[in-house]
Design a protein around this ligand. Structure first.
Ligand code: FRU
Length: 480
């Protein structure tokens, strides 16, 4: 609770007022991380989309700035990305910040055409404060595909060209451009690969260096059809040669198995670091969650890495080290012996529901961690050995009746195969992010208790030994 607003997180970015969905245009420039976001400033439900804007020097303290992009004659401003045009390929100026986004024409949609989503660009020469829309917009016209959106652009150095990764209904279409203004189709991917329970949205194409070998990862958000229902982020690992993406296996993989991470993509211009942020909600109920002056938060910033597990590449996500910098340990206990249960902090002991729990060296066995309050509400995080699954159970988490599927136990497979488990859990008033096995399995869940979940108890039927337990808080009021 912040400024008397229940459910307002302290560490996660939220807009001061109004509606927010996808992170957009995430780009690093001159020591600042820019976060633009899908924003309806005039209501707390989805509506005419603008790009809101916030900046941070450390990914944790965010400063919300005036709206960056307003709807125009081509439509409202849907999701997209931003790049720094270091070589001035577009001629807008050296190091211009260029946004590439989807113009969504609601008139066109009503008129019954399929061509109401087109890609446009705008540039800023003052670090994203003021923007000029390019006169030649749209730069990429819709060929007749209803869902034709969310361009993520990056520089492909070996080919000296920009690559646009675009979500086109049930597949990805790659385009290339020398100057961000003219685009040509390179290839398509995914019609018969991956999860297809809904429409493909918000893609991202990134490369990792695995000991000298380039591993490409194609992130594709999907709505609905996520592993726990509704919207979720899947990814493919493979190779990209400047023209086509070739997956190296056909396994369906999810960047976050929980119900509440969506539209997640990475920052551009961050060198070798792959910094990821998602919208912390789900289209199944995003418009009706019980917050008042604003709706939705972003996840905490995460750093992505690549790891081979059982012969397959897996993207691992952990909290960005900037989150460590605001972590303040309150209690570190080696060799915790959980004889039936162990109280980390008693109910009401952590009044604002802001905490971090790091557990390492757990055996692969049944256990649960209950976050509770004095009203009998709880969220339970645990591991089920027989099913080899992690879970987050928000059945009794407080307000759940705004959507019939909300009160549920969500599960995620254990991907790692080590003989010990480790977990990091970050909680902030109305959300939990679980990073298991150094980020091989990740789950995000939101909830709305009538008072913060202020107590933490670990329960294990057998005799559970935890090698190390660290309970921390985060620096208060990290968000400006
Ligand atoms: C994903 C999404 C995008 C679209 C935007 C509209 O959550 O549906 O595909 O650009 O939201 O707000």
């Amino acid at each position: 609770q912040q400024n008397g607003e229940p459910h307002r997180p302290q560490l996660h970015f939220t807009p001061k007022k109004g509606w927010m969905n996808d992170p957009n245009g995430m780009v690093f420039l001159n020591g600042k991380y820019h976060l633009f976001f899908q924003h309806n400033p005039n209501a707390t439900v989805w509506g005419p989309m603008h790009w809101g804007h916030a900046t941070s020097t450390d990914l944790v303290h965010w400063n919300e700035l005036p709206i960056a992009l307003y709807p125009d004659s081509l439509g409202t401003i849907f999701s997209g990305s931003a790049v720094i045009d270091v070589n001035n390929t577009a001629g807008f100026g050296k190091n211009a910040m260029v946004a590439i986004y989807t113009n969504h024409s609601h008139e066109g949609e009503k008129a019954g055409t399929d061509k109401f989503q087109n890609q446009s660009i705008a540039y800023s020469l003052d670090e994203g404060k003021t923007w000029t829309k390019y006169k030649g917009n749209p730069v990429l016209r819709n060929p007749g595909i209803r869902d034709f959106r969310d361009p993520k652009v990056s520089w492909y150095a070996p080919g000296k060209k920009w690559i646009m990764t675009l979500a086109t209904l049930d597949h990805i279409t790659f385009y290339s451009s020398p100057d961000l203004k003219t685009w040509k189709e390179e290839s398509r991917f995914g019609k018969n690969t991956g999860a297809h329970g809904g429409v493909w949205e918000c893609p991202d194409l990134i490369a990792f260096n695995d000991n000298g070998k380039l591993v490409w990862v194609l992130i594709v958000n999907l709505n609905p059809g996520g592993p726990n229902g509704g919207s979720a982020t899947q990814y493919f690992t493979g190779s990209f040669n400047g023209n086509t993406f070739t997956p190296n296996d056909t396994t369906i993989k999810w960047l976050d198995y929980g119900p509440d991470e969506y539209a997640g993509i990475t920052w551009s211009n961050t060198g070798n670091r792959k910094l990821f942020l998602g919208w912390m909600s789900n289209w199944q109920y995003a418009n009706v969650v019980p917050t008042k002056n604003w709706r939705s938060a972003m996840t905490l910033p995460r750093e992505l890495g690549i790891k081979k597990i059982n012969g397959q590449y897996v993207v691992v996500s952990t909290l960005a080290k900037e989150v460590d910098a605001v972590t303040r340990p309150l209690k570190t206990v080696p060799h915790v012996q959980v004889a039936d249960h162990y109280e980390v902090v008693k109910a009401s002991g952590n009044a604002d529901g802001l905490f971090r729990l790091d557990l390492s060296g757990l055996p692969v066995t049944d256990f649960s961690i209950a976050l509770t309050n004095t009203k009998g509400e709880a969220v339970i995080v645990g591991f089920d050995r027989t099913a080899n699954q992690f879970y987050i159970d928000r059945t009794r988490s407080g307000a759940t009746d705004f959507e019939k599927g909300f009160a549920k136990k969500h599960v995620a497979p254990r991907i790692a195969t080590n003989s010990n488990l480790n977990l990091t859990i970050a909680g902030d008033a109305a959300s939990l992010e679980l990073f298991a096995d150094n980020g091989a399995t990740v789950m995000t869940s939101i909830f709305f208790p009538s008072e913060p979940l202020s107590g933490i108890t670990i329960t294990a039927p057998g005799n559970l030994q935890i090698k190390n337990l660290k309970y921390s808080t985060f620096v208060q009021n990290a968000q400006k």
